[in-house]
Design a protein around this ligand. Structure first.
Ligand code: CP3
Length: 340
């Protein structure tokens, strides 16, 4: 199926585009009333994510309702621990929770390297249905969490401000940490390859908790494994978004990937200097800017676009859209990028 709108893919590869492509991290499932309607028809997030027809439906909603230049498959980064043998629950209004955690060599023995196509067949099926129903309108983004971020949830057992249990282990049991990190990395590579085989046109790696590591530990326990993933995936463009890892931008510039995501703390000019001209940069409007009135959203977006002008760029926010942002404001952001 030939894509009618391939702006995202051409921008990722550094090819000329008529205008800058735009999509939003967490565009599916956070802000749309149409999502909530589907969500209320099932028992919860996990059932929705595991029902391929419904996952495909909510994946396509932002394309129809917001006019974004890409769809991102509706799933979660935490499907990988589950596929490795560590199931999670999604607690209403609180977030992910793991009944069991992984903190010792004995815990490690209960886990396996996931085979993406079999262990995560429901995501693969959702991708196939989404591709068919998108019918080439826009590219489909596949994704996974970065090994460090997944490790953090598996060790901690839930979200955390500090992830101090997870960071403790990097100091007290580095060999164990590397073993688990390698199992996650191998699982993630299998999973991303299965997503690509099913039709994902680009894949993004989310390192949401990169910024809580110091520079040295980031390189040893996170960047190194992201680098393995980038080296393994050559079928489609790869985007790496390491939130808060401003200190590693020069290193990120050397990754075997096409695009680096910026959060809103990372200066644009400075990021281009550190990362270099061989990468496309994605981002990076402060998600809170969308709380402003439409005129304020418009001017904040234009200000961002001016700074990216003439450079390889995919427009996005600097992190996922916040759940209480009005879809109308998101539309102002999207329309402003499209009109620039
Ligand atoms: O981008 C998209 O819209 C596609 C779907 C997607 C979800 N999670 C669906 C989801 C994506 C790309 C993710 C990634 C994800 N999940 C990340 C990385 C991106 C980031 O935001 O930093 C992380 C850290 C998670 C872990 C996670 N999942 C948390 C902390 C939570 C609870 C808070 C929240 O975001 O709602 C989730 C739950 C989750 N993932 C929901 C959705 C739609 C909400 C579940 C519900 O409907 O009750």
């Amino acid at each position: 199926m030939e894509l009618q709108n391939d702006l995202l893919l051409r921008a990722a590869k550094g090819e000329k585009t008529e205008r800058t492509p735009v999509w939003l991290m967490r565009q599916a499932g956070r802000i749309l009333p149409e999502y909530r309607a589907v969500r209320e028809s099932v028992s919860g997030f996990i059932e929705l994510a595991q029902t391929p027809e419904l996952a495909a439906e909510v994946t396509i909603q932002p394309v129809d309702l917001l006019g974004v230049d890409a769809a991102i498959i509706f799933s979660d980064i935490l499907v990988i621990p589950e596929a490795m043998g560590l199931p999670y629950e999604m607690i209403e209004k609180k977030g992910p929770w793991f009944p069991e955690t992984v903190r010792t060599e004995a815990d490690l023995k209960k886990l396996r390297v996931a085979d993406g196509a079999n262990d995560l067949s429901y995501v693969i099926k959702a991708i196939e249905i989404t591709k068919k129903n998108l019918n080439g309108r826009v590219p489909l983004i596949g994704f996974a969490g970065a090994p460090w971020t997944i490790f953090a949830y598996m060790v901690e057992g839930s979200g955390s401000k500090t992830f101090s249990r997870a960071r403790e282990i990097l100091y007290t049991q580095p060999a164990f940490a590397h073993q688990l990190m390698q199992m996650i990395t191998d699982s993630t590579i299998n999973y991303l390859k299965a997503q690509i085989k099913a039709g994902a046109d680009l894949v993004q790696v989310f390192d949401s908790w990169a910024g809580i590591l110091g520079p040295k530990q980031y390189l040893e326990f996170s960047h190194r494994y992201i680098s393995q993933i980038c080296d393994a995936i050559n079928e489609v463009p790869v985007t790496v978004f390491a939130k808060g890892a401003f200190f590693a931008r020069e290193e990120m510039g050397k990754l075997n990937c096409e695009t680096i995501g910026l959060d809103w703390n990372m200066g644009i000019e400075e990021s281009y200097k550190l990362i270099g001209a061989n990468k496309t940069l994605q981002g990076n409007l402060d998600p809170a800017a969308l709380y402003g009135n439409p005129e304020e959203v418009r001017s904040a977006t234009l200000e961002m676009m001016e700074q990216f002008k003439g450079k390889r760029h995919i427009a996005n926010l600097g992190h996922g859209v916040y759940p209480d942002i009005k879809p109308e404001k998101v539309k102002v952001f999207i329309e402003t990028v499209k009109g620039f």
